[in-house]
Ligand binder design. Structure first.
Ligand code: JHZ
Length: 408
């Protein structure tokens, strides 16, 4: 663990620096009141590009046990949009792949069972795998059988040896989180049945760069994928990226359909061509990113300071991991934002890392009625603004920070 100087995917040694976000605390390490007095661990957050396989990545690897095991506060089921998105994905796959009671659907990083529950409802056997204790317990409660552990190449070998190969393997927002990228993808190849499909979602690096989504960079996210980088990665393990869809979720994601048989479709060819045309596979594409991120910081600070100078009160919505990067990099403390609200009960009563902004339930927006709410979970802006219609009706306004800070 610690800092690496070689590419996480291909091992190339000449990584090119792209962005340095300084030393930041861990994004999901929300503090209890007693922890406020303790020194918080901080880690360097530097982003670099591999000119050999095109993978954008951070250099620091924080041990996964520190990031994901005990007290991991992220529970997928608090977003209705994510639940809908996952359900549609599953129903589509059941129909397309003709899945039934003799099939097996496995999810890597199954969290609280938000996705696999849809297979359980349809009578299709499932296995969830997730190292986070709290979410795994919730999954079991709703009937989603879950192994509370990390998915590794060894675990894949054991499951396959037990005759448990999967017809579908889901992996949503997990590939970027694993330190042993090749071990993980090799494990997918082992666990996947010959005719099976791995359906993997990752945030898309082109959206990150195009829309200045720098706040999605934190220590949990080790890699930021392009189709070009993914194609290299899967081929190394005898897997083929045959179909890809661009999705709006999380600020712009890719859904990848990966199989053992090579039949690369137009969707993949088109995105590979687009990336080549826009030079996503070259350092050029990333060169001015640091400067554009710096620009966003200046604009957002000016906006918030301006509101404060006019005597306006500001709160924030979403104790999201990305919110931690945003408040720490931009330097937003309780001088600018009074409190954060979040529907996730496991986050309420805690404090944002680094800036120590207190977290409450969303009802606080109506009792305190701040003049503005900074949307730290801007990726769910539509869902949140709809829920907060009453706050808006009473005159409240929202500030969206990304891609350019604006009041809506
Ligand atoms: P959210 C998550 O990151 C988790 P985060 C993870 N790190 C990852 O990889 C990315 O997604 C892709 C709350 N909320 O999911 C819930 C409400 O309170 O955008 C969350 O705490 N009310 C694995 O943490 C937060 O906002 C609502 O109506 O950056 C959103 O966090 C909704 C919709 C959300 O991302």
């Amino acid at each position: 663990m610690g800092a690496s100087s070689t590419c996480r995917s291909c091992g190339h040694a000449g990584l090119e620096p792209v962005l340095d976000l300084g030393r930041t605390p861990l994004a999901d390490r929300l503090l209890t009141a007693t922890q406020l007095a303790e020194t918080e661990p901080v880690y360097p957050l530097q982003v670099a590009f591999c000119p050999h396989c095109s993978l954008l990545q951070i250099l620091e690897t924080v041990p996964p046990e520190v990031l994901f095991c005990e007290d991991y506060p992220y529970y997928s089921s608090f977003s209705d949009a994510l639940l809908r998105h996952s359900r549609e994905n599953v129903l589509d796959l059941i129909a397309r792949r003709d899945l039934g009671p003799r099939s097996l659907a496995v999810e890597l990083a199954s969290n609280d069972g938000y996705l696999l529950r849809n297979y359980v409802e349809a009578g299709i056997p499932v296995l969830g795998i997730d190292p986070a204790e709290g979410p795994a317990r919730e999954a079991e409660k709703i009937g989603v059988r879950t192994l509370n552990t990390f998915f590794t190449a060894e675990l894949a070998t054991r499951l396959a040896a037990d005759g448990r190969q999967a017809d579908v393997i889901h992996g949503n927002n997990v590939l970027a989180h694993v330190a042993d990228t090749n071990g993980f993808v090799g494990g997918i190849a082992t666990l996947l049945a010959g005719s099976g499909v791995a359906v993997i979602e990752v945030p898309y690096v082109k959206d990150l760069i195009d829309h200045r989504e720098f706040d999605t960079i934190y220590h949990e996210h080790l890699c930021y994928f392009s189709v070009t980088a993914l194609d290299h990665l899967f081929r190394r393990h005898g897997l083929y990226l045959n179909e890809v869809k661009r999705l709006p979720i999380h600020g712009g994601s890719l859904r990848l359909y990966v199989e053992k048989v090579e039949r690369v479709g137009d969707s993949v060819k088109e995105l590979l061509a687009l990336e080549a045309a826009e030079r996503v596979d070259r350092i050029d594409f990333y060169r001015d990113f640091a400067q554009r991120v710096e620009g966003l910081k200046t604009e957002l600070l000016a906006l918030l300071r301006g509101l404060k100078a006019q005597g306006r009160s500001v709160a924030a919505y979403g104790a999201a991991a990305k919110g931690a990067t945003l408040v720490n990099y931009v330097g937003i403390g309780t001088d600018l934002v009074d409190f954060v609200v979040d529907r996730n009960v496991h986050k309420q009563g805690r404090y944002m890392p680094g800036q120590h902004i207190p977290i409450f339930g969303p009802e606080r927006l109506l009792t305190a009625q701040p003049d503005y709410v900074l949307l730290l979970a801007w990726n769910f802006a539509a869902e949140i603004m709809e829920q907060q219609a009453e706050y808006a009706r009473r005159g409240g306004r929202f500030v969206v920070p990304v891609p350019e800070p604006k009041v809506v």
